[in-house]
Design a protein around this ligand. Structure first.
Ligand SMILES: [Zn+2]
Length: 284
């Protein structure tokens, strides 16, 4: 077999580039650095040249872990007193208050101007942010006063707002089966919220924060084939119209909410203590 000259050129280019990136990374690394992040960085096809890029890359590669961590961190903060899930009337109010414009945006009290904790705290979960956007002070240097996001919470926020970007990962978790029809997931399968967000907003908006966030996260996400999704959306639109005409119609999805919350709690039990505690240097 004849070697492809362009692929061997690009392999040489990559090797040279990675050698330089490794040297830069090693020079910039502090004495203490999460081992799991370093291992991940050194195993990348393109090694990140800076510790902060290594941390970002680690969480980007593990979005489900990141969103679980974000919810566990938010559970430590709890909702600020007096906060309620509210959305802005229009873009003017959204700009002035930091309120979300739609119920599709995950509620985040610490992103709102009235409850913001300022630099050094994460605007998603409310906990302190340390070096490299890390969630624990491994260096004993206190909060990073220039940061307002944990690296993990950036990834979690992206997943909550655009779960369709992770369709391949979610398909793998479902072993490529449509949860609704049991058939093989097709190429055009779509990510769906088991409990639709409009239902959550209309009927269950008083679920306490941050448990609310679970409805944007893994516990409420599923991949279904496009035809099944279209049927589900049509059914939801019908039930929405019925409810609009008669707001006193019984709420049929309450058991779903309860089931989801119970599943969420069972999955989270012990996770926070194990991964956020004193010995939890590993972010896994
Ligand atoms: Zn955070």
């Amino acid at each position: 077999m004849v070697a492809n000259p362009s692929s061997s050129t690009s392999a040489r280019f990559r090797e040279a580039r990675n050698r330089k990136a490794r040297e830069r990374l090693e020079r910039a690394l502090p004495a203490i650095f999460p081992a799991i992040v370093l291992r991940h960085a050194l195993g990348r096809p393109f090694v990140p040249p800076l510790p902060r890029l290594a941390v970002d890359g680690y969480w980007r590669a593990h979005p489900l872990r990141a969103e679980r961590l974000a919810r566990a961190l938010a559970a430590r903060s709890g909702a600020p007193p007096g906060w309620r899930w509210t959305i802005a009337d229009g873009s003017g109010e959204a700009a002035a208050t930091g309120l979300p414009l739609s119920f599709r945006t995950p509620p985040a009290p610490y992103r709102e101007k009235a409850f913001a904790l300022g630099k050094g705290h994460c605007c998603v979960c409310g906990q302190e942010v340390y070096r490299f956007g890390w969630h624990r002070d491994l260096w004993g240097t206190g909060p990073n006063r220039n940061a307002e996001w944990h690296a993990a919470c950036v990834t979690a926020w992206r997943l909550w707002n655009a779960p369709g970007d992770e369709v391949a990962l979610l398909k793998r978790r479902q072993k490529h089966r449509c949860v609704s029809a049991g058939k093989r997931l097709l190429r055009n399968a779509e990510v769906d919220h088991k409990l639709p967000l409009f239902k959550l907003w209309r009927e269950h908006r008083d679920v306490e924060w941050p448990r609310l966030l679970g409805f944007w996260g893994l516990p409420n996400l599923q991949v279904i084939n496009r035809n099944v999704h279209a049927q589900k959306c049509a059914q939801e639109a019908r039930s929405r119209r019925v409810q609009e005409r008669n707001p006193r119609v019984a709420v049929p999805l309450l058991p779903t909410v309860r089931d989801l919350l119970e599943a969420l709690e069972a999955a989270s039990a012990g996770w926070g203590a194990q991964h956020l505690g004193k010995n939890g240097a590993s972010p896994q």
